[in-house]
Write a protein that binds this ligand. Structure first.
Ligand SMILES: Cc1cc2nc3c(=O)[nH]c(=O)nc-3n(C[C@H](O)[C@H](O)[C@H](O)COP(=O)(O)O)c2cc1C
Length: 208
């Protein structure tokens, strides 16, 4: 697939066909992850792949399996989501947080080595390791698209990351930025409409 075709085709996928994903495909995609730029030249990243459904169910156990209409309305209010299209995106995504990962052919858990306090950085550069792994996550999404697969992601909330550490048994100095679900996009599901951006109006030559 041509580069810009991959870029234009990549969309978050939350519904999957019931198909397995071959190890070779995952390996190629993760090889692409390690081509991402890195802050300290070390790429001290690990990726745990979960394909076994019993293991997936255990890992995802703390993720809510749905949301009531009242809680969804409260979330939209509390998070100040005032744009109707943005609200639609949340109404589409929030109820699917568990199922989009459980139904994926594999869950990929990226891990980065955390030397500074991400939640209380002394300067923006202290977030570099965190920023770097997100570059690798985007490489995963693009490589998956080029391979004919699709991905979603969830940023862990509450105790989900601590619990995942317990389930997956990774060392203390590693940190989970998100859970990734990967699989074959389900046929006939249209991607959620996104806000159209007038890119020209966001480009500022020489001065804002
Ligand atoms: C930093 C970041 C955090 C995100 N967190 C979540 C999440 O917790 N759950 C989810 O379903 N999608 C999450 N997403 C995916 C976005 O919802 C999605 O990228 C956005 O709606 C744009 O749609 P697109 O990816 O199809 O272009 C996240 C994306 C990013 C970049």
């Amino acid at each position: 697939m041509e580069f810009y075709e991959v870029i234009n085709k990549r969309r978050t996928v939350r519904e999957f066909e019931n198909e397995t994903i071959p190890s070779e495909v995952i390996q190629r995609i993760l090889h692409a992850a390690f081509q991402a730029p890195t802050n300290d030249h070390m790429r001290d990243w690990h990726y745990i792949i979960i394909r076994d459904k019993a293991n997936a169910a255990r890992l995802l156990d703390l993720i809510p399996k749905g949301i009531s209409d009242a809680d969804m309305n409260a979330l939209i209010r509390d998070w100040n989501l005032n744009d109707s299209l943005q609200q639609d995106c949340y109404r589409h995504a929030v109820p699917k947080q568990y199922q989009m990962l459980f139904d994926a052919s594999a869950i990929i858990v990226p891990l980065l080595k955390q030397k500074t306090d991400t939640l209380h950085p002394e300067s923006i550069s202290h977030l570099n390791a965190f920023a770097s792994i997100w570059c690798s996550i985007e490489h995963i999404f693009l490589a998956a698209t080029a391979e004919g697969y699709g991905c979603n992601l969830r940023v862990p909330l509450g105790n989900e990351a601590a619990y995942a550490r317990e389930v997956l048994g990774f060392p203390d100095e590693y940190f989970i930025p998100c859970f990734i679900g990967i699989g074959k996009p389900k046929h006939g599901i249209a991607p959620v409409k996104q806000k159209e951006i007038d890119v020209k109006s966001r480009i500022h030559w020489e001065q804002f």
